[in-house]
Design a protein around this ligand. Structure first.
Ligand SMILES: [Zn+2]
Ligand SMILES: [Zn+2]
Length: 296
């Protein structure tokens, strides 16, 4: 099988490409060797390569139970349903992209609203200096939650491996770009595609709305449609990245690996003191991003 058919090829290739772009045309002046880089290299390696092996058993146990419950109720294994099996590849990719990304939006929203889930997700929000590798700073339990909740709807679609791979590579690329130090807003496409200039506000210490803004991974469209988008004009930056009382979160990786199970303080305790009132997320009322701001 060709190398191109393997995520093990695309994972380092896309990572290296975004890293090089950041060094060539950085948005902000940031040092390559910054604080907590070693920790991010750990999360990158663990979440990129080891998570599935270390916690595959947990995912397998959950999905086996889901599949058995589904089969008991419907009389058919989820894999046998195959809603779009046999459809052209482009249609499978398009459908998987849209369905999967909307599920990610919903799950990400829940990670902010459900205290037990926020306990894990705050590891991702402990980022103070944003660059591409931050995309892989997340607690391993997050991956188990995402994969488990997406398992049934995506399995029912019955798409083939190539479609899964294409969507995974798009997700990886946009995810890396969202966290990258690149001045990209996608211009008029910002109402459809997420970008570094949009995702940076998701990491603002100041929470806007009830639980935050810009939950999308690939399609910012969900946020614009559902009233959770926030994107000021121009390449502006939040004053500080992180979350209130993030200084309470130990920096030690071992602690971060296990602490969400021990300390589940709810999000509103850790959120900002003052929530913003002056937010208008509608595209019409948002100041337009001037054309000279655009790079991508
Ligand atoms: Zn988040
Ligand atoms: Zn992020």
């Amino acid at each position: 099988m060709s190398l191109l058919y393997s995520f093990a090829f695309w994972f380092p290739a896309v990572s290296l490409a975004v890293l090089l772009a950041e060094r060539l045309v950085p948005w902000r002046q940031q040092r390559l060797l910054r604080p907590q880089l070693l920790q991010d290299i750990f999360w990158f390696g663990f979440n990129g390569y080891l998570n599935r092996h270390a916690f595959g058993w947990l995912f397998l146990a959950i999905t086996t139970w889901i599949a058995a419950s589904f089969e008991q109720t419907v009389g058919l294994a989820p894999r046998e349903v195959g809603l779009v099996a046999g459809a052209p590849l482009w249609a499978q990719v398009a459908l998987l992209l849209v369905v999967s990304d909307f599920l990610e939006w919903l799950i990400h929203n829940a990670l902010h609203r459900v205290p037990a889930l926020w306990a894990f997700h705050r590891i991702h929000h402990s980022i103070h200096t944003m660059d591409w590798i931050g995309n892989y700073r997340f607690h391993w339990m997050e991956a188990v939650v995402y994969r488990s909740l997406k398992y049934l709807p995506l399995t029912l679609l019955g798409v083939e491996y190539t479609a899964v791979l294409v969507v995974a590579v798009i997700l990886l690329t946009i995810g890396h770009l969202n966290h990258s130090n690149l001045n990209i807003s996608w211009g008029p496409l910002r109402y459809v595609l997420n970008s570094p200039r949009m995702h940076i506000w998701h990491h603002d210490t100041q929470i806007r709305g009830t639980a935050g803004v810009n939950f999308a991974v690939i399609f910012s469209l969900w946020d614009w449609l559902l009233g959770t988008a926030y994107m000021p004009a121009g390449p502006r930056m939040p004053e500080r990245l992180g979350f209130k009382s993030d200084d309470r979160l130990p920096e030690n990786i071992l602690w971060r690996f296990f602490i969400p199970f021990l300390d589940r303080r709810p999000a509103d305790v850790e959120g900002p003191a003052d929530q913003t009132q002056a937010r208008d997320a509608s595209p019409q009322n948002d100041q337009p991003v001037s054309s000279e701001d655009e790079t991508g």
